[in-house]
Every structure is written in structure tokens, then in C-alpha cells.
Design a protein around this ligand. Structure first.
Ligand SMILES: NC(=O)c1ccc[n+]([C@@H]2O[C@H](COP(=O)([O-])OP(=O)(O)OC[C@H]3O[C@@H](n4cnc5c(N)ncnc54)[C@H](OP(=O)(O)O)[C@@H]3O)[C@@H](O)[C@H]2O)c1
Length: 276
């Protein structure tokens, strides 16, 4: 039975395989054997389709359907994700966002983190949520934490600087600040978002999750740096609060972002995934 405890090893396993268009995975004593021609395949994964013939938790099947094809791509890939209400809010006006989505979506988010090499957040998310950005809900590998803090407003009081795991900060500040377990990259202010993207690529991180908040995701979106953008939508109405996306106003509906999409039902929520 695949559970939240071993799905991360499944993800790790697929991640380490060479590219192949039609993999079959057999589950033997909770370990994974990969082949292309096995007759007793329990899971087969191709670029567009994942078929499970084994006993599997429904939630894990739903997660696998969305994430395993991404892992098959084996190329540089940037995923934006945001959890929001039906009316497009990611937090209340006071910044409180715990929790808009339900527990299933937290497992999903941690699975998404576990398949990624790095997770990117903006300084406001650290200040308002004080997150760890780990995968503790599924016990998967943790991605490299990357924080965008243009003016170096952060201090060592936040959890990411206290748990002993490494961080990267991108800034254009000239301040000489030090943070625990943190490498600081100083970049020019001009063309900052694109320079961050280039530096992440140079550092060798291929599968990158841009997790929020709104300003950070919007910058990556506006600069055309995301391969997919996933909205995890809870059936709730918040009314007023922080919008999930904030980009320059447009004057003609012909210019809205309208692109290929996939819609997944996920427990009581839905995931709308836009492809660029
Ligand atoms: N629901 C969810 O999925 C989710 C996920 C994450 C966060 N959140 C919520 O989102 C809220 C924070 O969102 P937010 O939009 O206010 O902040 P944010 O995106 O976390 O941080 C934005 C700040 O980071 C810096 N920044 C990030 N990317 C940049 C870029 N490409 N170029 C220049 N500066 C960049 C800027 O800092 P400076 O202002 O210092 O220049 C910017 O104001 C919090 O309430 C948090 O709870 C929700």
C-alpha cells in the first residue's frame, strides 16, 4: 500500500531514473523496481498518464497523478503554486493565511516540495508566516530554501535560521548582514527577477517551486519564468484580503493570460494547473 510515508521514496526513485517515456514501477516490499517491460507493473507512468494497478490511498493516487508526470520531464522546470479561496485570496488583510486550504492540500504541498530541488519565497512570507518550508507532513527530502529579500529586512529570529538547515538569500542590498546557515547572493537591482532565475539555474537547481507569496509569484509570472502555475482552490469565500496574483493592469480582455490547463479534483478542493 502506498502511503504518505513512502510516496516520497517513490518520488525520489523516479527522480533519479534516466528519462524514459514509459516507465513501469513495481512495488516489492515497499521498495521500487523500475522497468520498461515488466508484466506485473503496479504503476505505469508515461509523459501524460499515470496508471495505478495497486492498492493505494486515494489521496496519494491524486498526488501521483499530478506530480509523477512532472518528474518524468527531467528538465529545468519552474512551478508556481498558490493556495487560495474561490474569490482569489491567499491571506486576510492582516496577512493571516493559516489555513485557507485543508489538510490534504498541505500533504500535497509537502509532496510538491519534496520533488523539487529548491523552494523560493519572498521576504513577506517569512515575516508573516515564519514557515520552515520542509516536507514534514510526508517525510520526504527537503528542498533548498531560497528567500528573496531585496533590502535584507530579515533577522535571525525566524525559524529558517534556527533549524540548522541551509538557506540562500538573494538581495540587492549593500548591507553587511549575517544569517545562520545562509549564503547571500548580492545582485544588481536592475533586472533582479531574471538575475535570480539565472543564478538559481547556475547553482544547478532544476525543479524549482515558487511558493509565494503573491508578489513573488507575480514577478516570476510577469517575467515569463514559470512553466506551470498551480492554483489550489478551496471552496471558501474570504471577501477581502491579499489577491493571489497582482500584475500590471490590462485594458483589453484579449490580453488576459489564457493558456492550456489541467484541472484536478483533489479531495474537496480543486487544482487548476496552467501551462505556459
Ligand atoms: N496561500 C498560499 O499559498 C501562500 C503562500 C505563501 C505566502 N502566502 C501569504 O502571502 C502573504 C505574503 O505575500 P506578499 O505578496 O505580501 O509577499 P511575498 O511574495 O512573500 O514577499 C514579497 C516581497 O519579497 C520581495 N520580492 C520577492 N520577489 C521579488 C522580485 N522578483 N523582485 C523584487 N522583490 C521581490 C519584495 O521585498 P521588498 O518589499 O523588501 O522589496 C516583495 O515586497 C503572507 O500573508 C503569506 O501568509 C500565502
Amino acid at each position: 500500500m502506498i502511503t504518505k510515508h513512502n510516496i516520497s521514496s517513490l518520488f525520489e526513485f523516479v527522480k533519479n531514473q534516466k528519462k524514459s517515456n514509459n516507465l513501469r514501477i513495481d512495488l516489492i516490499n515497499k521498495s521500487f523496481v523500475l522497468s520498461q517491460h515488466s508484466k506485473i507493473a503496479d504503476i505505469s507512468i508515461s509523459k501524460y498518464k499515470v496508471v495505478f494497478n495497486c492498492k493505494i490511498e486515494k489521496k496519494i493516487e491524486e498526488i501521483g497523478q499530478i506530480l509523477l508526470p512532472i518528474l518524468m520531464l527531467k528538465k529545468k522546470f519552474y512551478i508556481g503554486q498558490i493556495g487560495q479561496s474561490l474569490d482569489g485570496k491567499i491571506a486576510l488583510l492582516n496577512g493571516n493565511s493559516h489555513y485557507i486550504n485543508d489538510k490534504n492540500s498541505i500533504s500535497y504541498l509537502h509532496s510538491l516540495r519534496s520533488i523539487c530541488d529548491a523552494v523560493v519565497v519572498g521576504v513577506n512570507t517569512i515575516r508573516k508566516d515564519d514557515p520552515l518550508l520542509t516536507t514534514r507532513a510526508i517525510k520526504g527530502p527537503n528542498p533548498q530554501r531560497i528567500i528573496i529579500d531585496p533590502s535584507l529586512k530579515l533577522t535571525n529570529k525566524y525559524q529558517v535560521f534556527k533549524d540548522g538547515m541551509p538557506n540562500i538569500i538573494f538581495t540587492h542590498s549593500k548591507k553587511n548582514k549575517k544569517f545562520n546557515n545562509t549564503r547571500i547572493y548580492k545582485l544588481p537591482e536592475r533586472n533582479f527577477t531574471n538575475l535570480i532565475y539565472q543564478n538559481i539555474n547556475t547553482l544547478g537547481y532544476k525543479l524549482v517551486l515558487v511558493e509565494g507569496g503573491s508578489k513573488t509569484i507575480s514577478k516570476f509570472l510577469e517575467n515569463g519564468l514559470l512553466n506551470i502555475m498551480q492554483f489550489i482552490i478551496a471552496p471558501t469565500i474570504i471577501g477581502s484580503g491579499i489577491n493571489s496574483i497582482n500584475i500590471e493592469p490590462i485594458t483589453n480582455l484579449k490580453n488576459v493570460i489564457r493558456t492550456k490547463n489541467n484541472i484536478f479534483k483533489f479531495g474537496k478542493e480543486i487544482i487548476v494547473s496552467l501551462e505556459f
